[in-house]
Write a protein that binds this ligand. Structure first.
Ligand SMILES: [Zn+2]
Ligand SMILES: [Zn+2]
Length: 298
């Protein structure tokens, strides 16, 4: 089943022409519990991973507070988080000769932010020599950091910045935002700006002040590659970002039993910094695509 974000209830660019210049496209991935295979794009699914390529491990010094590996457990195998094929998300900046992006993370707390530490690999899906059948589940890892297998339903939408709207533009629009909200009940910030949920490209779904990393190689500001966050929507954003297919026939999403709602609101079962997220960035200027990550919490 596809997932379809309903059209915005207001014409944002007619009401607030100043934000038009900041419109971006993003790919909402819409993870939902499923049984992805190694050749499927997935969240928390099995990766197309050659036997001849060593599985990555984390041998960082974990802080020892929060979620830490058991003493003496050695290097921690990373766990699959995302696998995205060019056929499903061609918008990703695949380096020449690659057609699949794999994101894994170490499912223990890391400084700074006390969240999992991601690693990212661009691969050529034709250069495989057999796969590991079962991804590792490191002993002692918190379920909050181990995504449940999900299939993806990529959907392209346009969005506008909230936290990333330049201060002068936000100030110029402040009164009109308030007026429109009073007249219509729709908040620019909560309902009309940034698409919620796990996504590729566009604006990060920050829950705190933006923090855009600079590339360690060339010094330029990196681009947003992926947002992996704790929920597909919150108590406000559901009003515009809940897909049509997931909208109950009667009542609202909040009238569903908790378990039924969780299957739609947090399908991978991740809790990152309460309701925060982990954001991945990539440099489009350096050919080897250096990456960085940042996390925040709510
Ligand atoms: Zn680690
Ligand atoms: Zn660079």
């Amino acid at each position: 089943m596809v997932r379809t974000t309903p059209p915005l209830p207001l014409d944002v660019e007619a009401l607030f022409p100043e934000v038009a210049a900041y419109r971006r496209d993003t790919v909402r991935l819409h993870p939902r519990a499923g049984n992805p295979g190694v050749r499927d794009s997935s969240l928390g699914g099995p990766l197309l991973w050659s036997r001849s390529v060593a599985w990555p491990h984390c041998d960082d010094d974990h802080p020892g507070i929060g979620c830490a590996p058991p003493p003496g457990s050695g290097a921690v195998p990373l766990v699959p988080v995302l696998q995205l094929f060019a056929g499903d998300v061609p918008e990703l900046p695949f380096p020449a000769g690659t057609d699949v992006l794999q994101v894994l993370w170490c499912p223990f707390d890391h400084e700074a932010g006390y969240v999992p530490r991601p690693e990212l690999y661009w691969r050529d899906s034709t250069a495989f020599d057999g796969e590991l059948a079962v991804p590792p589940r490191p002993e002692g890892a918190d379920e909050d950091y181990l995504p449940d297998p999900c299939v993806l339903h990529p959907e392209r939408v346009s969005e506008y910045p909230s936290w990333d709207l330049p201060d002068d533009v936000a100030e110029a629009l402040e009164e009109r935002f308030a007026q429109v909200e009073e007249e219509t009940g729709w908040s620019y910030w909560s309902h009309l700006a940034v698409a919620d949920g796990v996504k590729a490209g566009g604006y990060p779904t920050w829950t705190q002040d933006p923090c855009w990393p600079d590339c360690a190689g060339c010094g330029r500001r990196m681009d947003h590659l992926l947002t992996v966050n704790s929920a597909e929507f919150d108590g406000e954003s559901w009003r515009t970002w809940l897909p049509v297919e997931d909208t109950p026939d009667s009542g609202t999403i909040w009238d569903l039993p908790f378990e039924d709602r969780s299957r739609i609101q947090s399908p991978p079962g991740l809790t990152l910094g309460d309701m925060g997220g982990i954001y991945l960035f990539v440099c489009l200027h350096c050919p080897d695509r250096p990456f960085a990550s940042h996390s925040d919490c709510s």
